[in-house]
Design a protein around this ligand. Sequence first.
Ligand code: DHB
Length: 309
Amino acid sequence: MDLSTVIAGVSFPNGLMNASGALCVTQTELEALGASEAGAIVTKSMTPEPRQGNPEPRYVAFEGGSINSMGLPNLGYPAYAKLIPALKRFQKPVIASLAGLQPDDFLAGARALNEAGPDLVEVNLSCPNIPGKPQIGYDFEASERLLEKVGEILTIPFGVKLPPYFDPIHHQKIAEVLQRVEIAFVTMINSVGNGLVVDPEREQVVIKPKGGFGGLGGRIIKPVALANVRALWNIWGDRIPIIGTGGVEHGVDVFEHFLCGASAVQVGTMLVEEGCGVFARLARELAELLERKGYASVLACRGKLREIP
Ligand code: DHB
């Protein structure tokens, strides 16, 4: 079965990859993704300096998925810029996730990444876990200003990692911004920010940072993720590729993301829970499902979701 895909002119052996943040901080983790069946290697969101991140416990899985408030633990721009060229030996696209604590950071990161030469850059506008720092993606003017400046520097095609939106007017607004800055692709959704998971026995929150508030991922966010993918597909069709992220546990979840309009999917919670073997399993399950339904390739079902007349 043909599970290959193309994003912004870059060919992927298959459309399954890690979501930034999941098992992609260290050289060892990035190399394990390279050696796995993943169709790409996505780095942890990077900042100018190395960061330890927030105090633990900062990631907890529960029945419906996961909650995290990692606080951007990462090796810093210079370390990733050094690692990226060597990751190319795995012969799959390398996507660098660019973050920052303030707008100027993104510009310094863009310069470092131009040198390092990843295949694509995913500009993260949606980290919910830094105390006192709002998610940029919820401020449309600030997002546009930042992406314009990043675009003046980056020589590599870049996309954007978006937070979930919950109102059609917000989908319309962000789509207009992204068209104006000529974005090459969109990854959505980041975790559903500032959720709260309660342990009723201990009468306590389950993660330590920010009083227990953190980003939700996994099974429970799938309908929110699918809605966001679909909303942007409804606006753009196949003009700007979408990487669907949220709630991918089985092959059928990948299929649903493609039906809604995704050209690839990312896996977060399930990768952390299962390890890199998740990609081979998902590829097998997806191939079986597509075969049974008579599709010749995964892209053949992209956007084919039917509404009820
Ligand atoms: C972190 C979480 C995110 O959802 C993100 O986009 C970037 C960083 C974090 O807490 O490390």
